[in-house]
Design a protein around this ligand. Structure first.
Ligand code: ZN
Length: 60
């Protein structure tokens, strides 16, 4: 299960696979080339490899 966040309406949509065409069900934005959202449940302290360009998170 993967998910993406729409850059236009910020709706999170889910899919079984990141392959294929992906369109936001809310506004119809084409999310095919949008980056995948990482599933972050209550694992805030377990941070996988993040791209350095992301804004720093306050790990309090
Ligand atoms: Zn949207």
């Amino acid at each position: 299960m993967v998910r993406k966040r729409c850059g236009r309406c910020h709706n999170i949509s889910y899919s079984l696979s990141a392959r294929g065409r992906w369109v936001c069900p809310e506004c119809g934005e084409d999310l095919t080339d949008a980056p995948l959202e990482r599933p972050d449940r209550s694992t805030a302290n377990i941070v996988p490899v993040r791209p350095p360009a992301l804004e720093p998170h306050d790990l309090n």
